[in-house]
Ligand binder design. Structure first.
Ligand SMILES: [Zn+2]
Length: 476
């Protein structure tokens, strides 16, 4: 298969290739380059990507397959399973995910059904059931209200139990260990208990994720050996310089889950909600300033599937387009040992791709969706997806906000983000839904995206040696 005519962002560090082609063979990328410079296989199917941007497939490093819809996954017809995966993940360009606690036997079967080619979906990694302090598992009635499956999470009271629980999960083939540092009711996993589990995970070469509820949780988990902090903790105030320095020194990564706070506080007063979200954004900003690593993660399964808002909030924390792209692609691929196989578009890499469609000048009717290509190895052929219906996806909304397409426009007239954002779910002529209207603001004269639309944005962007002489005012 050949993807022809798009603008290819091979990695966050490379200059884009305009009018490029990507050749896919047997689920892997065989070649990439400018049109005309790459020989095309004579019989290849060609996917016209004119007007699209092509990136490596995205990672979401904090999801849960614990919603009721995944229960008894073997009984779900393959077509329905594919639709559910598309609705949650692949329509937004996610081709790899890390599940951070769900019923492992069930999630394993889900993965097997995808890997066998029976259902179309992303590559799944999972920690299986997370370890919790005694008494931390919510009562069944609460799980019922939350619409999540009953998950047999191991309650560990001491180091010995924690090590044993971690070993049992590792023996069952999980890809990492998840620790819930404390419960909402106040019980905590002491540092020594978390360290015992972390030691077993690291001995098996697997990463350790921690769900913290407070700054103190972050600190003890990092000292215990956690590799990835799975949330910001806005309810305990800003993170101190010492804490951020500690995370940096131990190479601890962060999945910000900013939208989650907005969602959890949707019943609270606006001022309360804004303050909490601002604190979370501040924690991310401070981590970035210290050179901390960010892996995109949204606690998917607990929040709305559309990632557009998470992108916008990450931008508000000061992340540039390329930093967000790195958090979606190269950083997680590297972190989880797949840096030579995923996260970039290069020969020999898996053909995990996100094709972001949309020349918004063409009008709403022409706006397509993210097409997610995912490998490949799952059945020896590339599966191509197209999100249902007209309209654009969160990824494209983000793309427009980020000014991806502004390079092909007069930089003096910013991209029509308002219209782009507004058309996502609304027929032409109707006012955009409120949620997207707020994104529309980003395309105006004020707001975080303005930074991206200004020429000065270049100053904070890694300069690519491959694009010298770019006229002033161009944005990348
Ligand atoms: Zn979570």
């Amino acid at each position: 298969m050949v993807l022809a005519g798009g603008t290819i962002y091979a990695s966050p560090d490379n200059a884009p290739i305009r009018g490029g082609v990507v050749v896919i063979e047997g689920g892997n990328i065989a070649a990439i380059g400018p049109s005309g410079a790459v020989p095309l296989p004579p019989d290849a199917a060609v996917l016209d990507c004119a007007g699209c941007a092509i990136t490596a497939g995205f990672w979401n490093c904090h999801v849960h397959f614990f919603e009721r819809k995944w229960a008894n996954v073997d009984a779900i017809p393959a077509a329905e399973l594919s639709r559910q995966l598309q609705e949650m993940l692949t329509q937004y360009g996610f081709t790899s995910v890390f599940d951070l606690s769900s019923p492992w036997a069930n999630t394993l079967r889900l993965r097997e059904r995808i890997e066998s080619g029976e259902a179309a979906g992303p590559a799944i990694r999972s920690t299986g059931e997370g370890l919790v302090p005694p008494g931390a598992v919510p009562p069944d009635e609460v799980l019922e209200i939350m619409s999540v499956m009953k998950t047999p999470m191991p309650e560990v009271a001491d180091a010995e139990q924690a090590a044993a629980a971690a070993l049992r999960l590792l023996d069952q083939g999980v890809d990492g260990i998840k620790l819930f540092a404390s419960s909402p009711r106040g019980a905590t996993l002491p540092e020594s208990v978390m360290a015992a589990a972390a030691t077993e995970a690291h001995r098996a070469g697997k990463p350790v994720f921690v769900h913290p509820n407070s700054t103190a949780d972050v600190e003890s988990a990092v000292c215990a050996g956690a590799d990835i902090v799975a949330h910001t903790t806005p309810r305990s105030g800003p993170w101190s310089e010492d804490l951020i320095a500690l995370m940096r020194a131990r190479r601890v990564a962060l999945t910000p889950t900013l939208t989650l706070w907005k969602y959890y506080l949707r019943h609270d007063r606006v001022s309360t909600r804004e303050q909490v979200v601002a604190t979370a954004i501040g924690q991310l900003r401070a981590s970035l300033a210290a050179g901390g690593e960010v892996l995109f993660g949204s606690d998917l399964g607990a929040v709305d599937y559309d990632p557009a808002e998470e992108y916008a909030l990450m931008a508000e924390a000061g992340m540039t387009f390329r930093q967000i792209l790195a958090a979606l692609t190269t950083a997680p691929a590297q972190r989880f040992g797949e840096g030579a196989r995923r996260g970039r578009i290069a020969p020999g890499f898996a053909a995990d791709l996100a094709v972001l469609q949309g020349h918004h000048e063409a009008g709403p009717q022409a706006l397509g969706a993210v097409r997610t290509l995912h490998p490949a190895c799952r059945r020896g052929g590339v599966q191509c997806e197209r999100a249902p219906g007209a309209g654009i996806t969160g990824a494209l909304t983000w793309a427009a906000v980020a000014g991806w397409f502004s390079e092909e426009q007069d930089p003096a007239s910013p991209p029509a983000c308002c219209e782009v954002a507004g058309t996502r779910t609304t027929p032409v002529g109707n006012p955009p839904p409120a949620r997207h209207r707020s994104l529309g603001r980003l395309g105006g004269q004020a707001g975080p995206a303005e930074r991206w639309l200004r020429p000065t944005w270049d100053a904070r962007t890694p300069v690519s040696t491959a694009s010298p002489g770019r006229p002033p005012g161009h944005i990348r």
